[in-house]
Design a protein around this ligand. Structure first.
Ligand code: FES
Length: 325
């Protein structure tokens, strides 16, 4: 795994924000200002055993006007692949970590007339950063933050004390029916110029995006960022070939290996980050053949175009894919 534009940062603060959620305040290791970032950005954080490091993506949730720190928050997922456990259990105040420069695949549409921010659980992190930015620019927006319970609601006090508190509503799964967020009612009619942003667990995002699409929201007004994708092998996965267009060389992708892994074994490196089909780092152009898209990054239209794919997780429907490598 490679980390583009690596930065060394020191953990200046670690704080329990809610049940199972810790925030980490990161400052530049030598005390210099950090690279600026826009709302919706994330950083790749490398943690774990130095001999077997783990890289994970965490959204920046502080005000993007700040240059003295990055704030991230991590949900401890006991069933996860070890990244969140390493952050919670190993990383302490004073530690120096390697992170990437901020990257943004979930940017605000600054030409929107109105913004509808929807967060589920830990998905509040990029949404909070967006709310800070929209409040600072005087934009019209509303924020809905859905969690399982008040105990699991990170940053509730920060939101209540913020300038945008009147625009924010919290919704608890275990609360009275009247305070729950009614996805169907709120997304019933797309409004011209209103853009929707959603981040959270897959079930929440599927419900929001499925409802919006069913109600005719144009794809250009939908913005989303998935995380913690579950990539299970699919029954019937078979081997196929990829051809490297520049050399004509053919590499066989076995049924139990990804395209990235098969190419690496053949000495061809493709830059990756999440390896889960959510970040877009590995995007590769497809010149011939039909990909079997397994990512959560592209829109349905982009999938249908079949001219690019994510080789960290996607496979092929045709016997061969010709890749622009
Ligand atoms: Fe993130 Fe492939 S490495 S989508």
């Amino acid at each position: 795994m490679s980390v583009a534009g690596a930065l060394r940062v020191r953990v200046a603060g670690k704080r329990a924000e809610a049940a199972g959620i810790c925030s980490f305040e990161l400052v530049e290791a030598e005390g210099r200002p950090l690279p600026s970032f826009s709302a919706g950005s994330h950083v790749d954080v490398t943690v774990g055993d130095p001999a077997n490091p783990i890289t994970r993506q965490y959204s920046l949730c502080n005000d993007p006007a700040e240059s003295h720190r990055y704030l991230i928050a991590v949900l401890h997922d006991p069933a996860g692949r070890g990244g969140s456990a390493a952050m919670h259990e190993r990383v302490q105040v004073g530690d120096v970590l390697t992170i990437s420069a901020p990257k943004n695949h979930f940017a605000l549409a600054h030409d929107a007339k109105r913004h509808l921010l929807l967060a589920g659980g830990i998905g509040i992190t990029p949404i909070l950063c967006m709310a800070e930015r929209l409040a600072a620019t005087g934009a019209e927006f509303e924020l809905h933050y859905c969690t399982r319970s008040r105990e699991r609601t990170a940053f509730a006090e920060r939101i209540a004390a913020s300038a945008f508190a009147p625009k924010a509503a919290l919704h608890f799964d275990d609360g009275p029916a009247g305070q729950k967020f009614d996805i169907g009612a709120r997304l019933a009619k797309p409004q011209a110029g209103e853009h929707l942003y959603v981040c959270g667990p897959k079930g929440f995002m599927d419900a929001v995006l499925g409802t919006a699409r069913a109600n005719g929201w144009p794809e250009a007004q939908l913005h989303y960022e998935f995380f913690a994708a579950e990539l299970a092998p699919v029954a019937g996965d078979a081997s196929f070939e990829v051809q490297i267009a520049s050399s004509g060389r053919i590499v066989v992708v076995p049924k139990d290996k990804t395209v990235v892994q098969a190419l690496a074994a053949a000495g061809v490196e493709v830059q990756t980050s999440c390896e889960q089909g959510v970040c877009g780092t590995c995007i590769t152009r497809v010149l011939a053949g039909t990909p079997d898209h397994r990512d959560l990054y592209f829109t349905p239209e982009e999938h249908a175009a079949n001219d690019q794919f994510t080789p960290c997780c996607s496979r092929s429907k045709s016997a061969r894919l010709v890749l622009d490598l």
